[in-house]
Design a protein around this ligand. Structure first.
Ligand SMILES: [Ca+2]
Ligand SMILES: [Ca+2]
Ligand SMILES: [Ca+2]
Length: 203
């Protein structure tokens, strides 16, 4: 995953400012919500997770050719225990990984069959946003890089800077001071409040 992002980072980003990323948030939210519908379709036995068998059959329906090995690689790349199945936030990571890795025209065609027309655009925004933040292009966004991105914002709105720092802390799931692209994606699924409805019920 980190390697895929480093490779992508070398291509540069179309993001010009931190604000331009923030402006795209509503579009990202909407598109990820649509993914929830896809997730439910993939989850054939409706147990809340996608098992490798379900993933396989869905890729087949979408006419995306993945070998057993590739599917198990994908599960591994997303750090998913194969016996446990995939939750929604992990599914987003997986889709994005598929997007990053399979950039040939056939795969593009297949992805359009998922019924989320803006999904690719959304992943493009997310990837661009991450690459924008990752100034030294090592595949991680450090706290310093986040501060740098905020300071670049010329509007001088301190409150948005504070919010951004808070968001950085939320993103850094394992609190090691670095945000990986996976942590970045997980954060978006959390912010739109659809990652784990069971947790919300408990509260
Ligand atoms: Ca299932
Ligand atoms: Ca970095
Ligand atoms: Ca981290």
């Amino acid at each position: 995953m980190v390697e895929a992002m480093q490779r992508r980072a070398s291509e540069g980003t179309s993001m010009k400012s931190f604000n331009s990323i923030i402006m795209k948030f509503p579009k990202i939210d909407e598109s990820l919500r649509n993914c929830k519908t896809i997730f439910e379709q993939f989850d054939e036995d409706s147990n809340g997770t996608i098992e490798p068998e379900e993933l396989k059959s869905c890729f087949q329906k979408m006419e995306m050719s993945f070998s057993e090995e590739e599917i198990s690689d994908l599960f591994e790349a997303c750090d998913i225990n194969e016996n446990m199945g995939m939750k929604f936030n992990e599914f987003i990571v997986l889709l994005c990984l598929v997007y990053l890795l399979k950039e040939d025209p056939t795969a593009r065609h297949a992805k359009s069959k998922m019924g989320v027309p803006n999904l690719e655009a959304t992943f493009e925004i997310l990837v661009n946003a991450f690459v924008f933040l990752d100034k030294n292009r090592d595949g991680y966004v450090s706290k310093n890089e986040m501060v740098h991105a905020i300071n670049e914002t010329t509007t001088g709105e301190r409150s948005s800077g504070r919010i951004a720092m808070k968001r950085f802390e939320e993103m850094d799931w394992d609190r090691n001071g670095m945000v990986t692209f996976k942590e970045f994606l997980f954060a978006f699924t959390r912010w739109i409040g659809i990652d784990d409805p069971e947790d919300e019920d408990d509260e």
